[in-house]
Structures are given as C-alpha cells and as structure tokens.
Design a binder for this molecule. Structure first.
Ligand code: GLU
Length: 294
C-alpha cells in the first residue's frame, strides 16, 4: 500500500538583506507549524528581484541551519524557474485572462479609484484599451507590464490565526514591465509546484493572500492553509529593521538569538526539538513581539 505524500510547509525569504531576529522567528514558526503536523519543510530563495544577492541568500540559508531549521530537498531558487512562470503566464494569456498595462506607479496613484479601493490597487486604466490605443502606447516606448483580468474585486481566505479574511483582488501584475515575473504569480506557481499546502509567514502579507488564493483558484491549484504570524517591532512599535541595532544572527550569536525567540513565544527551550514538543498554535502570542535591541 502506498502512503499519501505528506503536504509541505515552507519559508521563502527574499535575499535582499541578512535575516533579522524577526525573520528568523517567522522561519522557526513556519517550521513548527509544518513539523508539528507531519509535513515536509521546504526553503525557497525568492531572488527574482535585482535587489537580491546570491551571497546574501547563502548567508540566509546558513543562518537558518544554525538556528536549527531543517529542510527537505534542495532549496529552490526562483531565478532558475523562469520557464515555469513564463509557461503559466502564456496559459493565462491564451485564456484571455491577461492584458498589457502601460501605467507608471504615479499614473496608478493619481487615477480616480473606487470608493473602497485601497491606495495602490490597480484602477483598471488599461483594461479596456482598444488596439489603436495600445499601439499608440507601445510606440511611446514604455514596455508594458502584463496584468491579470480579474473577475472579482475581493476574495476570502481562511487563516488559522485571523479566521475568515476577505481582502482586495485587483488586476494584479503577472509580469513586470522589465520582463520579471511578479511576486504574486511566482509565489502561487511555486507553492503549487512544490506541493506546499501550508503557508506560514509574517502578517504583513495577510492582505496579499486573497489575491494569491484567487490566482491559485484560477489556475486550478488547491488552496493552501494560511497562518499569518505577528511581526516583530522595535521599541517604537515600528517594524523591526536592521538599523535598529543588534538584530542579526551574526550580531546576537546563535544561542542568544534562539533564547530570545523561544522566550518571545512563551516556551523557553534550548533547541528546536524542545520547542516542537511545546508548540501549540492556539497558544501563540497574537500581538507583535516588541524587541528591544541590546
Ligand atoms: N519573499 C517574501 C518575503 O521575504 C515572502 C513570500 C511569502 O512568504 O509568500 O517577504
């Protein structure tokens, strides 16, 4: 008898800067959620953007290993999967679900938008361009982004910590004007290709999850379960950043960083095995962790 393949959780850092203690805490939580439910755990390097660096990626992987995060399979590098994204985008184009967009960020921010649409949500300016209008824009020289023709403006996901969450779905970017596959597209495609059925990440991404779940559904992918965990903030209540002081593993040392993370969760333990024994998602702190750099 063959056993069903277990699902998988993941951590997917962007290698634009070293992981700080908040990122490491999120990675530890993603690992705990996955391992406590018998899932595999995968790492993905989100290096499509040109602000990311291989060297930083390798340091991130080393730091994760040092803190005790273990993973299955080789880490996936998004920059090596361009054909995969292109094939999915081609499929959406063939279904008539994509259109060219010539707007700059400034155009988008200054365009009138629907009363409840949040700032930055795409107002649909290029959705109905005629062939002639498109040809004129093309001639003007700005390379177009490719956007999804969404047929809804909201979508609902279920989150283990936030319950039912309904958020905006706009005509999100599939491929940027510079040809790089967009973040939302790449995340959805990779999660599905890797069999990831549990997405645990910082709650700054909660508002992206309806867009991603909607896109997954359009592509016929299963919906993962979500848990968006509280971020770590500095003494002023602002999102922790490197400039806040001693925040990286290099600055703190592995033992101290691990002790701070496990104490912040309310389960002071010496290692990941200890944390795993104590882990209870229902008892996770729901407030951001206010970290005072020493
Ligand atoms: N790469 C994203 C980040 O570092 C996370 C993407 C995700 O977890 O879906 O913020």
């Amino acid at each position: 008898m063959t056993r069903p393949t277990p699902g998988a959780g993941r951590f997917a850092p962007s290698p634009s800067a070293d992981l700080h203690i908040g990122n490491l805490r999120t990675a530890v939580l993603a690992w705990l959620f996955a391992r406590s439910t018998g899932r595999r755990f995968l790492l993905r390097v989100e290096d499509l953007d040109d602000r990311t660096h291989d060297q930083v990626a390798h340091r991130q992987l080393d730091d994760l290993a040092a803190i005790g995060v273990t993973w299955d399979d080789e880490p996936q590098w998004q920059s090596r999967q361009r054909e995969r994204y292109d094939a999915v985008i081609d499929g959406l184009v063939a279904r008539g679900l994509a259109y060219e967009c010539y707007c700059s960020r400034k155009d988008i921010l200054s365009a009138p938008r629907a009363p409840h649409a949040p700032e930055g949500a795409y107002p649909g300016t290029c959705r109905g361009l005629s062939d002639a209008e498109r040809a004129a824009k093309r001639k003007a020289g700005r390379p177009p982004a490719l956007r999804l023709r969404a047929d809804t403006d909201e979508y609902t996901v279920t989150d283990l910590l936030h319950g039912t969450y309904t958020g905006v779905v706009d005509d999100l970017v599939l491929r940027r004007g510079d040809g790089v596959p967009a973040y939302n597209l790449a995340v959805v495609v990779d999660d599905a290709f890797s069999g990831i059925d549990q997405v645990v990440r910082g709650d700054d991404l909660l508002s992206s999850s309806p867009r991603q779940a909607y896109l997954a559904n359009l592509l016929g992918y299963p919906q993962p379960s979500y848990a968006h965990v509280p971020l770590v903030v500095n003494g002023e209540g602002k999102r922790l950043a490197k400039r806040d002081g001693a925040v990286t593993l290099g600055e703190l040392g592995v033992r101290r960083a691990f002790a701070l993370i496990s104490e912040s969760l309310g389960w002071p333990e010496a290692d990941m095995a200890g944390l795993l024994r104590r882990f209870d998602p229902h008892r996770l702190p729901r407030e951001p962790w206010a970290y005072q750099p020493v």
